[in-house]
Design a protein around this ligand. Structure first.
Ligand SMILES: [Zn+2]
Length: 504
């Protein structure tokens, strides 16, 4: 076992990837480094920025050094875990590479890479269906051969999942690659899809892969590293990321933030607290020689990325990843669209989300899109399907959820129990966001530990109707000061005091 999952939130996992260079905490982002020249010395990535693993390109090393290539850690000056890519990306962009699947597997072993990638055939974001099918088949063929060629049992191998935007091909690719002896699985092709801001398709692609892979293997979202989208990818179950964005964007005078990317000449302030932004201002940066500015921007971009990874791990451990995803999704309308897409996968997320052990803080409900989060759908579903009222309590009395928490300490509940003293009354609460909450459950997390912005548009009457139908009360009273709740088989009253008058 090379991957251990320690904690979960939504479909996200916090875990440890065991490499021969030590443990790497996940979710983890690997900065992409050039094997030959770097603005920022790779050792600094670990010592100053906290990146415990980096990725470089074995194909470029092969081309540059050939048989004389030294150990990759020595070559780039980094003593942590190093993953090496295989040249497949060059194959996608330039249409060909001067190596073959066998040579690059042996070469990665020889230079001491900790995680190698087979030379797969990437589908890309624009492939036709026939082309996409071919890339999937060829990647599988090469994967089987590559696993036979490998000799070093301490090295981990990544088996890429192809299929591009064709979800059935991703499913097939994931199922087949998942049966082979790989330790991680990169999901190919997101770069071109993300360049078009098509985050909704990315959500579909990630879930298609996840549902068909063994759950104990890390999923690596290839080439995805913009800080604004990392939280969502983690929430869907991605564990590893790699990105050259920090350097590519810096070269282009672009400044990364969790709220999106900004061109340096359009900023008047540097809205960040990192050592770079504390030392320089926007005007000073623009007046600097290009190379110097590029390095400072790259450092800022790395700080922002590292800080977002820490924020994600913290949110995951405290059970507030949903809130983080929701906040980040406001960075771009297309990202917000992808956030809304999570509703389509509410069941997948709920099934992966831990039921207990997250009672660290209450949950926040903002609008109808928050209603698909696991805690909400889980309660609404279970209280209808798996719950039955306590025996003997044959008169159901439904009162609006009071503002006070837990509900059973509220004045409304005290009044109701005093007015209706008797064994036969079953008092339940109704309202956003949980629908019906029987009083005896109201202290269960998170039924009283939440904040909800009213007006989510939730159809509470529908939950009431189902709950009442499922519990065969002798009599049912709905207390509704505005008398708007009309439900068959129930009497709607304006106040609890009217109940007595209706008992015959
Ligand atoms: Zn900064």
């Amino acid at each position: 076992m090379s991957f251990e999952i320690a904690e979960r939130d939504l479909a996200g996992r916090a875990g440890v990837l065991l490499t021969r260079r030590g443990e790497v905490e996940t979710p983890c982002l690997m900065p992409v480094i050039n094997p030959v020249k770097n603005l920022i010395p790779p050792r600094e990535l670990k010592d100053n920025f906290g990146f415990k693993m980096i990725i470089t390109n074995s194909y470029l090393i092969l081309k540059h050094f050939g048989d004389k290539a030294p150990d990759v850690h020595e070559l780039v000056g980094y003593d942590g875990a190093i993953m090496t890519d295989s040249g497949a990306y060059q194959l996608l962009i330039y249409g060909g590479v001067e190596t073959d699947p066998h040579e690059i597997v042996k070469f990665q072993e020889r230079i001491g890479s900790d995680i190698g990638v087979i030379l797969d055939t990437p589908t890309g974001g624009f492939a036709s269906r026939i082309e996409a099918e071919k890339t999937v088949e060829e990647t599988i063929r090469r994967a089987k051969l590559s696993l036979e060629w490998r000799e070093d049992p301490t090295m981990l191998w990544a088996g890429p999942i192809q299929g591009g935007r064709y979800l059935d091909l991703i499913r097939k690719s994931a199922r087949t690659m998942g049966r082979l002896d790989f330790q991680t699985h990169p999901l190919g092709s997101p770069v071109q899809i993300m360049e078009g801001y098509d985050y909704s398709t990315l959500v579909d692609m990630i879930v298609a892969a996840k549902l068909n892979l063994p759950p104990d293997r890390p999923l690596h979202l290839f080439g995805a590293g913009h800080p604004m989208m990392l939280a969502m990818a983690v929430a869907l179950g991605c564990d590893l990321f790699d990105s050259a964005a920090y350097a590519l964007f810096a070269k282009d005078d672009r400044y990364l933030t969790v709220r999106g990317t900004f061109r340096l000449d359009r900023l008047t302030e540097l809205p960040c607290n990192c050592p770079m932004c504390s030392r320089y201002d926007q005007k000073g940066l623009l007046e600097m020689p290009k190379k110097e500015r590029e390095e400072i921007l790259a450092r800022h971009n790395l700080y922002v990325t590292a800080s977002e990874m820490r924020a994600i791990r913290q949110a995951l451990k405290e059970g507030s990843l949903w809130e983080l995803v929701e906040a980040r999704s406001r960075a771009h309308p297309k990202l917000y669209e992808a956030y809304k897409r999570l509703g389509k996968y509410a069941k997948y997320i709920e099934e992966n989300d831990p039921v207990i052990g997250k009672e660290v803080r209450g949950i926040f409900i903002y609008d109808r899109h928050s209603l698909v989060r696991p805690e909400v759908i889980r309660h609404r579903e279970r209280v209808i399907k798996n719950y039955s009222r306590p025996p003997g309590k044959e008169i159901g009395v439904f009162i609006p959820s009071p503002p006070e928490r837990p509900y059973i300490r509220s004045k409304e509940y005290q009044d109701a129990t005093e007015t209706l003293a008797g064994q036969e009354f079953h008092i339940c609460f109704y309202g956003e966001p949980f629908g019906v909450v029987p009083s005896e459950l109201s202290e269960t997390f998170p039924l009283s530990q939440y904040e909800c912005s009213q007006g989510t548009g939730m159809n509470v009457a529908k939950d009431l109707r189902k709950f009442i139908a499922a519990n065969s009360y002798r009599k049912v009273f709905i207390i509704d000061p505005r008398s708007l709740m009309v439900i068959e088989g129930a009497t709607t009253l304006r106040s609890i005091d009217e109940v007595r008058g209706h008992l015959d």
